[in-house]
Design a protein around this ligand. Structure first.
Ligand code: PMP
Length: 407
């Protein structure tokens, strides 16, 4: 992958070029959130400096400009995930809100006695807890797909869970705790065979692989801007139009209505029906800029580069005495979760920070899968396309030094 000009890309991320504790920053916490390229920072700044006003509300010039930028961003997202129409792209505050929208307006609103939602053992809490809340509130049943010791889904067990009672399969495309890539297409097809719909948690996947919602044939797809080199507080819910059309609004407010009267209120059309209130306009514009940025590089190129880097990092880390990688699925991307015998993850994280290396330690909002592996925390290094072999070498050196101090 000599054509992948990582240094050119790195140069475009100002935050990467600083020292922490007197050492050059090595940023390996991309699973939690990604840094922003200058282009995204500029897009947000330029909007606030020149074009700022509320959207869809005014006939004055600034409001028109803001609305044009906001709606152009919807088209950018549509192309990026290959949605069939603009009405299928709903702006939310992030993956968490996107999932909760589906929980309330799709699952709760149409719930029949005995309905089930299937999730996997390795979901993020944001794809577990919304379903558990419905379990407590309205008697939905949550079923869990088990995994093996590599962190791979047991596909046959998944098939056994499917039944006419399955309302929804809510499944991650890429596990933030283990790095496992799920066999999404086969799962979606199997779920559709029993009449279930499928919600994909794309929070991690979206920055690491090409996503085509029509090729996947998923019914809903959720992701966040901040893990895609874009601002915080903005995300997307993709949904098939026929489903979204039939769903009741999630929140009430301005923008999502056509006519309001105390005799009865008429809701707005898609996508506005699901966008109550003033949206995160600058965030949406920044997201479009982030998408343009990664599209120019190409998600296919990014995936290939990161795959080679993950293999390099896996080999290097595995060579460290006492280090156990948690999550060894055959199909993996971007995430290295590990434990070191005799070293507590939080001590390790602190000592790495003292050497300029940023990783995440803890349960990664995935406590069930931590429990499965019998750990309460792991250290997690998570890659982005701007990471290099030198970053991995610095990580390994810092770990060696931490081990010698702690044991
Ligand atoms: N799902 C997965 C797999 C994630 O990694 C995350 C973020 N760590 C989320 C959902 C939630 O995303 P957000 O906090 O941006 O809503």
């Amino acid at each position: 992958h000599s054509e992948f000009d990582v240094n050119r890309y790195r140069a475009e991320f100002p935050a990467l070029h600083q020292e922490i504790s007197g050492r050059p920053l090595v940023y390996l916490d991309n699973g939690a959130s990604t840094q922003k390229p200058q282009a995204v920072i500029d897009a947000v700044e330029s909007f606030y400096a020149h074009d700022y006003a509320n959207v869809h509300r005014g006939i004055h010039t600034l409001s028109q400009r803001a609305t044009d930028l906001f709606e152009a961003a919807r088209e950018t997202v549509r192309q990026f995930i290959n949605a069939a129409s603009l009405e299928e792209v709903i702006f939310t505050s992030g993956t968490t809100e996107s999932i909760n929208l589906v929980a309330h307006s799709f699952v709760r609103a149409n719930l029949q006695p005995g309905d089930e939602v299937i999730v996997s053992m390795m979901e993020h809490h944001s794809n577990i807890v919304p379903w558990q809340l419905l379990e407590q509130q309205v008697g939905l049943k949550v079923r869990v797909i088990p995994i093996n010791e590599h962190g791979e889904l047991l596909f046959d067990e998944f098939l056994k869970l499917l039944s006419p009672k399955t309302k929804l399969l809510a499944i991650t495309q890429l596990s933030n705790a283990l790095g496992t890539i799920t066999p999404l297409k086969a799962m979606i097809d199997a779920a559709h065979d029993v009449g279930a719909k499928v919600l994909v948690d794309g929070a991690q996947a979206i920055a690491h692989m090409e996503v085509d919602v029509q090729a996947l044939d998923c019914d809903f797809y959720a992701f966040s801007g901040h893990k895609l080199f874009s601002p915080t507080g903005v995300g997307v819910l993709y949904g098939k139009r026929a489903l979204l059309d039939a769903m009741p609004p999630y929140q009430g407010g301005g923008e999502m209505i056509k006519v309001v009267s105390f005799e009865g209120t008429e809701f707005n059309e898609l996508p506005h029906k699901f966008e109550a209130g003033t949206p995160n306009i600058a965030g949406v514009i920044g997201l479009a800029s982030g998408i343009d940025y990664v599209t120019q590089i190409g998600l296919g190129q990014i995936a290939a580069y990161e795959h080679a880097l993950l293999e390099y990092a896996t080999a290097k880390l595995s060579a460290i005495d006492g280090l156990r990688i948690i999550g060894t699925a055959k199909d993996k991307a971007s995430i290295l979760s590990f434990q070191i015998a005799g070293v507590h993850a939080s001590d390790l994280g602190t000592l790495l920070d003292h050497q300029g290396v940023a990783i995440r330690v803890g349960h990664h909002c995935a406590m069930p899968v931590m429990a499965f592996f019998g750990v309460d925390a792991t250290a997690r290094a998570s890659l982005a396309f701007y990471n290099t072999r030198e970053d991995i070498d610095a990580l390994v050196d810092a770990i060696q030094k931490a081990i010698s101090m702690l044991t």
